[in-house]
Design a protein around this ligand. Structure first.
Ligand SMILES: [Zn+2]
Length: 341
């Protein structure tokens, strides 16, 4: 039995197409997951436009933000049942003996391989998932929203674990993509006053960000950051990733403040870091997420404290992937979601 899949087949620009693929064979410790919904990530777009910076195992099925139901259990899988509603983390392959894995930080295992680039992802009907990365989806949470647990976990790690917010802090978020908006939402949950900053072309996405109770700024957030005492904001979350935004973050953060950098960008910096030293600022990277973060985010989504509905721009069939990708690429929608036929 074969199904349509969104396949990235070569490292050149535009090398994504629908292919019929066979239903995957599962191992003893895997489940076969029948995909309900899969979010399109910025990284899927980067592999499509071939401006990504990570190794891809071509040909590969795209998609790592997904929800579904268990269709089949491997012989050694315990504690799960067929038909169960689940989401999956992204760490498809890790080394159990890596020192980072043994600390529970398998997201930082350098040998880790994820869905959608290292192994086949979820933009198709069935995906093979190790039981180790499954999480049960609470009844109150529809699968269409549950598929966005993954980017919420990225935001949780960047804001809650790798930032340090006290109620009443003022926090600037750079970049109104999915991760930036979810970081803004998370900072609001932590009790901060939040401004999210974008460019002229981001006006539509900033409008959506406003629904999370943050201020939106096109261009220069200097005066917002300097309100209160003129020294700068307490923290900055850089979800844009260009070198220029890190410079803004260093300018706008107050002495002894912090910057959590979750956005990627291949460019060298091209500016002096002395202000970082002089202001005694903490510059903190944030990458991926792990098991406890997933459990916590699912609780926030199920209780409604965190709502992803405002960022969902539409749900398209797998075979309409091109429309879904285009709408996100142009910034017309924040997040596109696919569903198998
Ligand atoms: Zn993603």
């Amino acid at each position: 039995m074969s199904s349509a899949a969104v396949v990235n087949y070569a490292p050149e620009k535009g090398c994504v197409e629908i292919r019929e693929i066979e239903r995957p064979e599962i191992g003893d410790e895997d489940v076969l997951l029948e995909v309900a919904n899969v979010g399109v990530c910025g990284s899927d777009l980067h592999q499509w436009t071939a401006d990504h910076s990570w190794p891809v195992n071509y040909p590969v099925v795209l998609g790592h933000e997904f929800s579904g139901r268990i269709a089949q259990l491997g012989s050694r899988v315990e504690g799960w049942h067929e038909g169960q509603r689940v989401v999956s983390e992204t760490a498809a392959i890790i080394s159990q003996n890596n020192p980072m894995t043994r600390r529970g930080l398998y997201n930082l295992d350098p040998t880790r391989k994820g869905f959608g680039y290292g192994v086949n992802g979820a933009m198709t009907k069935h995906v093979c998932v190790p039981a180790r990365v499954l999480h049960a989806v609470p009844d109150a949470l529809p699968l269409e929203r549950a598929c966005l647990t993954e980017p919420c976990c990225v935001a949780y790690n960047a804001v809650v674990k790798n930032g340090r917010i006290e109620p009443g802090d003022r926090v600037v978020v750079l970049g109104p993509g999915t991760i930036g908006i979810l970081c803004a939402a998370m900072a609001r949950l932590c009790g901060a006053e939040v401004a999210i900053v974008g460019l002229e072309a981001d006006r539509q996405r900033l409008e959506i960000a406003r629904q999370y109770g943050c201020e939106t700024i096109v261009g220069d957030a200097h005066s917002w950051a300097m309100q209160r005492d003129g020294l700068g904001c307490d923290g900055v979350i850089d979800a844009a990733g260009a070198s220029a935004t890190l410079k803004l973050a260093i300018d706008w953060v107050r002495p002894a403040g912090w910057i959590s950098k979750v956005g990627w960008g291949p460019q060298p910096l091209g500016f002096n870091l002395d202000p970082l030293v002089q202001k005694n600022v903490t510059l903190q990277g944030s990458f991926s997420h792990n098991w406890p973060i997933w459990e916590r985010v699912l609780a926030l989504l199920a209780s409604g404290q965190l709502d992803v509905q405002p960022i969902i721009g539409g749900v398209w069939s797998i075979t309409d992937w091109h429309t879904a990708f285009e709408k996100m690429h142009s910034g017309e929608v924040v997040k596109s979601i696919l569903t198998p036929d």
